[in-house]
Design a protein around this ligand. Structure first.
Ligand code: FNR
Length: 224
């Protein structure tokens, strides 16, 4: 059934292409600035995300200062050295070859935060699952990621940082939870597959192995 608010076949194809062509991008950022109008659209996409009880718990910190980027990069370097030690020897060797951030190269960074008490302690939908405000903020991050891809902007999520460092560098108060730090900028191209897949770190799992029927672990019977 086609109604006025239905997606056309072309629109549908564009959405699926955006989902498939989104990548985590940490290298090859171009120095070109991100126009304010483009950034505004991307942030509006984040703000259009679903949120528990319509809490909209997010804030978006836009970082352009080279000094702040350098401080974040220092924090990354400290955490990354610790991280490398956590893997077994061969894995650690491969880990050290990976480029896991683009904090200094990206023209801008976005930190997305969650204010858990934005509407008081009792929130519709969070009464029995307390993490729902956090998950809502992650929905905003994903909207940003996809909107950025549609704008031909690369986005890389950098989580190899101590939260205390992130809080200190960006002056995030105690009652606000940092959720994501994203490197954002135009790039000279998007890889067809995840960097980690091409580096031999991990492969994409077959979808059919992840889908259960009726109960966790139960496979659809062949021929049904
Ligand atoms: C919550 C979270 C946190 C991180 C990531 C992702 C997500 C969802 N990813 C990116 C991750 O490695 C990447 O998404 C997968 O490898 C799949 O690649 P594509 O995103 O499909 O390109 C990521 N990558 C990286 O190089 N450094 C990092 O710190 C992180 N952190």
């Amino acid at each position: 059934m086609v109604r006025d608010d239905s997606f056309s076949a072309d629109e549908r194809a564009a959405i699926y292409r955006c989902i498939a062509a989104r990548r985590d991008v940490r290298r090859n950022f171009l120095p070109d600035p991100v126009p304010d109008a483009v950034l505004a659209r991307v942030l509006a996409a984040g703000h259009a995300a679903p949120s528990v009880g319509f809490l909209q718990p997010w804030n978006f910190i836009v970082v352009r200062s080279a000094e702040t980027k350098a401080a974040l990069h220092d924090a990354f370097s400290r955490a990354n050295a610790e991280a490398a030690e956590m893997f077994e020897s061969e894995r650690a060797q491969l880990y050290r070859t990976l480029k896991l951030e683009g904090l200094r190269e990206a023209p801008l960074l976005l930190c997305i935060t969650c204010e858990r008490d934005r509407a008081g302690p009792v929130v519709l939908g969070r009464t029995h699952q307390s993490e729902m405000d956090i998950y809502s903020t992650v929905c905003a991050v994903q909207n940003i990621w996809l909107a950025a891809r549609a704008e031909n902007l690369g986005v890389g999520w950098v989580s190899i940082l101590d939260l205390a460092d992130l809080r200190r560098i960006l002056a995030i108060p105690d009652h606000i939870v940092p959720i994501a730090l994203l490197c954002v900028g135009y790039v000279d191209g998007f890889a067809a597959t995840p960097d980690l897949e091409r580096a031999g770190w991990r492969q994409r799992l077959p979808l059919e192995e992840l889908v259960f029927a009726e109960r966790f672990g139960a496979r659809e019977k062949a021929g049904t």
